[in-house]
Design a protein around this ligand. Structure first.
Ligand SMILES: [Zn+2]
Length: 78
């Protein structure tokens, strides 16, 4: 059974998609907002950091593909 990753509560859980994976983690109503903001912020930082073309040379092929995908969706406002 799922439980909140912050406090372990097992009721009123909401899924939050990880910013870099197609994996959902569960948080209770109290921690859902915080977790959602955290994933959003991590995604924003990743996109911003690698928006410098020189830095993208360090990324693996998979990470580069992820960056391109996230950048495109953030450009169109998803
Ligand atoms: Zn919680």
């Amino acid at each position: 059974m799922e439980s909140c990753l912050y406090c372990g509560k097992r009721t009123k859980l909401f899924p939050v998609k990880m910013w870099n994976k197609d994996i959902y983690r569960y948080y209770c109503d109290e921690h859902y907002g915080e977790a959602f903001q955290f994933e959003k912020e991590e995604r924003r930082r990743f996109i911003e950091y690698y928006s410098v073309p020189e830095r993208r040379k360090w990324l693996s092929k998979e990470s580069l593909e992820l960056w391109e995908k996230l950048k495109t969706s953030s450009d169109i406002g998803i």
